[in-house]
Ligand binder design. Sequence first.
Ligand code: SIN
Length: 520
Amino acid sequence: MTARETDFLVIGSGIAGLTTALSLAQHGHVIIITKSNQEACNSYHAQGGIAAAIGEEDSPELHLEDTLRTGVGHADGDSVEMLVRMGPEIISLLADWGTPFDRDGSKFALAKEGSHSKARILHVTGDATGKGIIDSLLLEIRKHPSISFVSHTMVVDLIIQDGECAGVYTVDKETDITQYYARHGVVLATGGCGQIYQHTTNDLVSTGDGFAMAYRAGAELTDMEFVQFHPTALHIDQNPMFLISEAVRGEGAVLVTEDHTPFMHKYSEWGDLAPRDVVSRAIFQETMEGHHVYLDATKLTVDFANRFPTIFTACMEVGIDPRVDLIPVTPAAHFMMGGVKTDLSGQTTIPRLFACGEVARTGVHGANRLGSNSLLEGAVFARKVALTIASLSKRTVKPLQEIEVSVRLCNNKQKEEQWKQQIQQVMWKYAGISRTKLGMEKGLQELKSISDQIPSSYLESQNMLQVAQIVLQAALWREESRGGHYRSDYPKTEEIWASRQYIVEENQQHESHSIASIHS
Ligand code: SIN
């Protein structure tokens, strides 16, 4: 057993983790722990971009209005206000740190996406925004002497001492345990949990580890029934599925059935640029009626290969030329709106434990996220977390002599894969785009029987299982449809559910009415 000590511990290396680390580096030593390589995260794969109200005809008020409307009356007004107001300064900060945002003459180029009333999406190399941001943050971080990176290392659990989060411990394949202690605090920036679904755009690392470890430590999680299904993953059986950015529809592409018939006008006055939950359900409905769904980008006025080079290459590799062919698309799990409950400074319900990025439920997304608000949320709340955690007094580190560890890292990836697939199939079938009470109860039973069989050494599967159960319980509780949560047995959005949250803690579940939404 080894023990290491630092000022700040950051778990995860997406935009939230890296921005937190860079912001903290002037205040002390930072260790970033990441379970794979430094680029394996959803932020890295983000295509469309990052939203901010910087256009001449735009304003934070309009950005706020779009975010709240898209969140279907379930977003937290104060959080959204902070998000949109800090948007422009975050873009300047990222540009100062080296992100080469695309330009239109002397100004930043701005694109349109679904449910945005204005063009406000900044991008890098057309559709490689996440890569552009993460590469530049990593370059800055590598120059910084007070930031250390520990990669390919799986955090097992948080260490809680005297009611506070004191650190984490990791285990390697040789079963060696390392305890990491933080004098100021620990930041969870572990990303999402898309891998609990059979069809997802999320990186293979997105197994929900942060949600699961916060839950086991007793932190409150909420809004876990709100999963976003992105409408347009490339319809080819692969994990993760390749995303066809919403920005392609922003440039004029249209969803059609096999006979080239557009259909989105039947479902929303926003047509092809309706919010993602609406578009995903429309595609689901068309599929139920026996259609195949495609994206028709053949009539774009921009040069596809130049505007969307990553998507162009991926399509051409599988024999689809988006300039002349229809692109087969299908919805896939993309983003978790819920998560570890935080306040405006990213503080969770456990002292000295902070969360930002997708693992956090900051209240900005409500029941459905507005496109390109996730990179913005990650960076905005990372700045807030850094400010708060740096101002905390140092605690005295008391390394434990022994940690009771019942888990050992599984080194049979192939075997573990089979368990993961079972969980993914259950979740896709029973907790996907359309849910029912009967189906979700069946899903919970099936997960229970899987849980009786998975060896405890399969850490990622155990985390996936725990998160999957939480999602199903929360979705069963919410007897209405709202945003990403659609129940065919309760198809209406009911006013009485607008401000209700299902709070999950280990061994406890309760309700809260604490959302202060500007809409409610
Ligand atoms: C996209 O480019 O469509 C995805 C970006 C996002 O999830 O906001």
